[in-house]
Ligand binder design. Structure first.
Ligand code: SAM
Ligand code: DTB
Ligand code: SF4
Length: 334
């Protein structure tokens, strides 16, 4: 027998998900030999989910560009010249039409994104009408609108909001290398308001911003020690946007990306882990490996917010070739 591949002191498969992970434990998971790591993650994936099921979300940017934040990866920040023009909040009826098309295309959840630092009360009625209208179509609703106050979160819940996306983006020690216009604690406060309002949380981050493995472990450690693990956990592969400070960031090694998915699956075993932005430049085999390592959600539709995503026909073929099918709504809302 070769050297042990796993620190026996790390409890990987308790009856219920752990919330007492230490940063060192999470970092140690990244060191497990690749095939063993993927195997362990695949095993735990099967404990909580049907591994042939994938949850399908579709995005729409309902308010694009001109954002007051300076997130170093983002095409929509007013701080960078990216060629993305700023536009006003869309009309409710136009959003509903897009949601109908998304539903017809097979999406289960419709996520409305706005390039805002925070939601303003004056926009609440219109955003609430969008949420109510999308919900009435029989879609799950998700929104990502920047920071929220507790009363705004409650109003969105009352309008029919199922999920709120608010990413921690990276580990706490690397955060201020990426964005300086808000703090990590600001993000955690909004997540708390969302949880307290009874909305399911969608929270994850990005790899490929120059962070170390320890920073990646730092992000997953934060997520795994939240009062409730994210219901949905997006892992984005940076899409380098020309004109942003990260426009020339080198691509992340595919195996390292899969490690991130596998560790996310191990530390947040009941979360729906989304293989999120960046699939357009990933091979089918890399995506298959990510599903093997525990990813069970993707964005569908040829556009994310401003950047590209695989065509519908490309994804349909991929899922068919992998023998994967859309997650049933019941298991998508664990
Ligand atoms: N303005 C809101 C906010 O920041 O919370 C919502 C929209 S924002 C675009 C949502 C998330 O998309 C970010 O937190 C980030 O994780 C991800 N994202 C944005 N630009 C990206 C890029 N170029 N590559 C990968 N992920 C990106
Ligand atoms: C998430 O984690 N990724 C999505 C969604 N949540 C809002 C956004 C990805 C954005 C990719 C870059 C763009 O389209 O501008
Ligand atoms: Fe604004 Fe969100 Fe982009 Fe940051 S990620 S600049 S908050 S739209």
């Amino acid at each position: 027998m070769n050297a042990p591949v796993l620190n026996a002191a790390i409890r990987l498969d308790p009856a219920e998900p752990r919330h007492d992970w230490t940063l060192d434990e999470v970092e140690a998971l990244f060191d497990i030999p690749f095939t063993e790591l993927v195997f362990r993650a695949a095993e735990i994936h099967r404990r909580w989910f049907d591994p042939t099921e994938v949850q399908l979300s579709q995005l729409l940017s309902v308010k694009t560009g001109g954002c007051a934040e300076n997130c170093g990866y983002c095409s929509q920040s007013a701080a960078f010249e990216t060629g993305v023009p700023a536009s006003k909040l869309m009309e409710v009826q136009n959003v509903i039409v897009q949601a109908m098309e998304a539903k017809a295309g097979g999406a289960q959840r419709f996520c409305m994104g706005a390039a805002w630092r925070d939601l303003k009360d004056r926009d609440l009625p219109k955003v609430s009408a969008m949420i109510a209208g999308v919900k009435a179509l029989g879609l799950e609703t998700c929104a990502t609108l920047g920071m929220l106050t507790p009363h705004q979160a409650t109003a969105l819940k009352d309008a029919g909001l199922d999920y709120y996306n608010h990413n921690l983006d990276t580990g706490p020690d690397y955060y201020d290398k990426v964005v300086t216009t808000r703090t990590y604690q600001d993000r955690l406060d909004t997540l708390e308001a969302v949880r307290d309002a009874g909305i399911s949380t969608c929270c994850g981050g990005i790899v490929g911003m120059g962070e170390t493995r320890r920073d990646r472990a730092g992000l997953l450690h934060q997520l795994a020690t939240l009062p409730a693990h994210p219901d949905s956990l997006p892992i984005n592969d940076l899409i380098p946007i020309p004109g942003t400070p990260l426009g020339d960031a080198p691509p992340v090694d595919g195996l390292e990306f899969v490690r991130m998915i596998a560790v996310a699956r191990l530390v947040c075993p009941k979360s729906v882990v989304r293989l999120s932005a960046g699939r357009e430049t990933m091979s089918r085999e890399l995506q298959a490996l990510a599903f093997m390592a525990g990813a069970n959600s993707i964005f569908v539709g040829s556009k994310l917010l401003t950047a590209g995503n695989p065509e519908k026909s490309t994804d349909e073929l991929l899922l068919a070739d992998l023998g994967m099918r859309p997650m049933t709504m019941a298991s998508a809302t664990l």
